[in-house]
Design a protein around this ligand. Structure first.
Ligand code: 5GP
Length: 194
């Protein structure tokens, strides 16, 4: 999941979706089948092209929870199509295209990152928080240690950008990550406003 404030305040900035500025919440970046050693397959089935009609019943929820912030401004289809074709096709024996998107949405709902962090008084207020306190708050709420990735704002501050959690093969339960991504965070990181 990505924090939109950290996607948008970097040197290259962002573009809001055509539907307007997303709500200030973490949004989905992707659901990525990985091998246990941390490597991951990609673009596994060139014959399985993204078909928007398969996710028509999820549209409202995808626009809200999985907006695309890259430029130029879009309605999300390019991002979803990229995520399906690059990553989703690699778990299509478990999750077809509809279930891939539905599972990601369900997982996001299960782990309400923003309210979890707020309960620990970690808020998107441009304040600085210890990386450890962020990890601990998410671990306390989910039972699992998350991977935290940072990027830099235009002033060069290390800031909270993405939160990684691992899920089982069925895409329904959170599990312990066999390997955590290297997150490039300083020991204290900013949680930017959005
Ligand atoms: P991935 O890391 O999932 O393989 O690729 C992400 C791709 O999706 C990048 O090419 C990026 O430009 C595009 N993209 C479109 N919208 C977004 C967004 O809101 N966040 C991120 N992280 N990437 C986006």
């Amino acid at each position: 999941m990505q924090w939109p404030g950290a996607y948008c305040d970097t040197k290259h900035s962002c573009c809001y979706p055509k539907t307007g500025k997303p709500t200030a919440d973490f949004s989905i970046h992707g659901l990525w089948p990985n091998h246990k050693d941390g490597s991951w397959p990609s673009n596994c089935d060139p014959d399985s092209v993204f078909d928007r009609s398969e996710i028509s019943n999820l549209m409202g929820s995808l626009q809200k929870n999985w907006p695309s912030l890259s430029c130029p401004s879009s309605n999300g289809f390019r991002f979803w199509s990229h995520e399906w074709e690059k990553h989703g096709t690699c778990s299509e024996s478990e999750l077809d295209q509809h279930d891939y998107f539905a599972s990601a949405l369900k997982l996001k709902e299960k782990v309400n990152l923003l309210s979890t962090l707020k309960k620990a008084e970690i808020e998107p207020d441009d304040g600085f928080y210890s990386l450890d306190s962020i990890v601990k708050a998410i671990e306390a709420a989910t039972g699992y240690v998350p991977g935290i990735e940072c990027n830099k704002d235009s002033a060069g501050n290390s800031q909270l950008y993405q939160v990684y959690l691992c899920v089982d093969t069925s895409g329904s339960d959170i599990i312990e990550c066999p390997i955590l991504p290297r997150g490039r965070c300083a020991s204290t990181v900013q949680f930017p406003k959005f």
